[in-house]
Design a protein around this ligand. Structure first.
Ligand SMILES: [Zn+2]
Length: 428
C-alpha cells in the first residue's frame, strides 16, 4: 500500500544536483541537445533538457564545454583475471597458471582494484562473463552493492558453462579438478539444464557459455536446453562462439548475444539480425594487439614490424566481419574482453580502447555511443533502469570533454563520473 500523501511528497523532493554542460547525448537519439541540464534527485534522474530552470539552493555542477552521456556499459569484462599478454600464444598455459596459483579470494581483491579503475574511466555497469574462479564475481558485486568498495554495477555470470576441458587445452586426468574451478563441464542436455540451475543458485545474473571446444563443441541440443532453462528463469545467455559451426549453434538456439564471432558466415549474421541477437565485438586495433604482446618491454623496430605483420590479417578479418554485421542489421553491444596487462594503462583505460577498434571498422561516434549505452542496457535486460539519459532512470552520468558526437576517442577521457546519483569523479 502506498499512502497518497507520502507519494506526493516524494515527487516534490528537491533535486540533489543540477549538472550543466554545453551539450548532451541521451544514448538513443542522434540529436545533440545544446545547453544541457540534468536534474538528479537521490539516485535518479528527475529531469533532462535544454536550458531547464534550476531552483535556488540546488547544487550546480557546471562542466563547461563537455558532453553529458549515460554511464558507459561494458558487456564483456573479466574483472577477476589479469593475464600476461606476452604469453598471448600460450593463453591456456597462462590461464592454468592463474587458476592453479591464485585463490578466488586473491582474484576478488585484484578485482576490487580493477573495478575501481573501470568505474573511474566512466564505465558504470559491466556484465562480467566468467574467468572469476568459483563465484568471485558474485562476491565482488555484493561488496560493491554493499558500499564496501567502489566499482561498477555488475551482472555476474559465475562459472562459464563449457564443453569438456573448458578453455584449458588438454590437461592430464589427474589435473581435471582444476577445470571445475573455472568452468562447469556440460555433459548432455540434462547436465546443461542442471548447470544453469547451479549458476542461478550461485548468484548468476546471466549465463555464459563457451560454445567452442576441443575436440567437441557444445551441441545444438545442449545449447537449446541452456537457453530454455535460462530464459524460463528470465536470465540472458551470452555465447562465446567463433567460426561457422559454433556461431550457428548459438544463433539457432536463440542466445541473447554472441561474443567475439571473429569468424561468422553471412547466413548466421542474418539469423542474428532476424532474431535480435546482439553481436558483442571484442575487437582491438593493430596497435592494441601489438602493445599487449610486448607487455612492458620496449620492442625493437624490427620486432614491432614483425608483430604488426602477424596481427594484420586478424585485424582485417574482425573489421570486415563488423562491417558485414552492421550491413545486415545486427545490433551491436560494446564489450572490451580486456583481461590482459596493458603497458602504462589501468584496466579502465585499457577497456575503452575497444571503441577505437569500432571507429576503425567504420562505426560513427553516435553508433559507438549507442553500442556502449542503450544497446548494452537492452542486452543486459536493464533498459528500464540504465543506458539513456531520461527522467526516472538511475543517475549514471558521465561528462566527456568536447563534442562526443564528433569524436569517439573523447570517450577515453571522462572528466566527470556519477553512479546512482553519487559523484565518483569530478574535475578539480
Ligand atoms: Zn572474454
Amino acid at each position: 500500500m502506498v499512502l497518497p500523501a507520502l507519494a506526493q511528497d516524494s515527487q516534490k523532493l528537491a533535486p540533489t544536483f543540477a549538472l550543466k554542460a554545453a551539450r548532451l547525448l541521451d544514448g538513443k537519439s542522434d540529436t545533440v541537445v545544446p545547453n544541457a541540464v540534468i536534474l538528479v534527485t537521490g539516485d535518479k534522474i528527475s529531469a533532462v533538457g535544454s536550458g531547464l530552470p534550476i531552483a535556488k539552493g540546488v547544487q550546480v555542477i557546471d562542466l563547461g564545454d563537455a558532453t553529458l552521456l549515460p554511464g558507459l556499459i561494458d558487456s564483456h569484462t573479466h574483472l577477476l583475471s589479469e593475464m600476461d599478454g606476452t604469453n598471448l600464444t600460450l593463453q591456456d598455459v597462462e590461464m592454468l597458471r592463474i587458476v592453479a596459483t591464485q585463490s578466488t579470494a586473491h582474484r576478488a581483491l585484484l578485482a576490487a582494484k580493477l573495478g575501481r579503475e573501470t568505474l573511474q574511466s566512466g564505465i558504470t555497469t559491466v556484465r562480467d562473463v566468467g574467468n572469476s574462479g568459483v563465484s568471485g564475481d558474485v562476491a565482488l558485486r555484493d561488496a560493491i552493492e554493499n558500499g564496501w568498495i567502489p566499482g561498477p554495477r555488475i551482472i555476474p555470470s559465475t562459472r562459464a558453462l563449457a564443453p569438456q576441458g573448458g578453455q584449458f587445452g588438454r590437461l592430464i586426468p589427474e589435473a581435471q579438478s582444476i577445470i571445475e574451478q573455472e568452468y562447469v563441464t556440460i555433459r548432455g542436455p540434462e547436465s546443461a539444464r542442471q548447470a544453469v540451475r547451479q549458476a542461478l543458485y550461485d548468484g548468476a545474473g546471466c549465463i555464459k557459455v563457451i560454445v567452442n571446444g576441443t575436440p567437441a563443441d557444445v551441441t545444438p541440443d545442449e545449447m537449446k536446453a541452456i537457453v530454455d532453462e535460462a530464459h524460463t528463469a528470465g536470465v540472458k545467455v551470452a555465447a562465446h562462439a567463433i567460426g561457422n559451426a559454433a556461431t550457428r549453434t548459438a544463433a539457432q538456439a536463440g542466445v541473447d548475444s554472441i561474443e567475439h564471432a571473429y569468424v561468422v558466415p553471412d547466413d548466421v549474421l542474418k539469423l542474428m539480425a532476424e532474431k535480435g541477437i546482439f553481436l558483442v565485438p571484442t575487437d582491438g586495433t593493430l596497435k592494441t594487439f601489438v602493445d599487449m604482446s610486448f607487455g612492458t618491454r620496449v620492442p625493437s623496430d624490427e620486432e614491432r614490424k614483425q608483430s604488426e605483420k602477424n596481427f594484420a590479417r586478424f585485424v582485417k578479418m574482425e573489421q570486415e566481419r563488423l562491417e558485414r554485421a552492421i550491413k545486415f542489421g545486427v545490433r551491436i553491444a560494446a564489450g572490451s574482453d580486456m583481461y590482459l596487462t596493458m603497458p602504462h594503462l589501468n584496466r579502465g583505460a585499457a577497456s575503452l580502447l575497444v571503441y577505437e577498434a569500432y571507429a576503425e571498422s567504420g562505426m560513427t561516434p553516435l553508433q559507438i555511443v549507442r553500442a556502449a549505452t542503450s544497446n548494452a542496457a537492452e542486452l543486459l535486460g536493464m533498459k528500464d533502469r540504465i543506458g539513456t539519459l531520461e527522467s526516472g532512470k538511475l543517475a549514471d552520468i558521465i561528462a566527456i570533454p568536447g563534442d562526443a558526437s564528433k569524436d569517439a576517442k573523447a570517450l577515453e577521457h571522462a572528466l566527470f563520473v556519477m553512479k546512482s546519483g553519487e559523484i565518483v569523479k569530478a574535475p578539480k
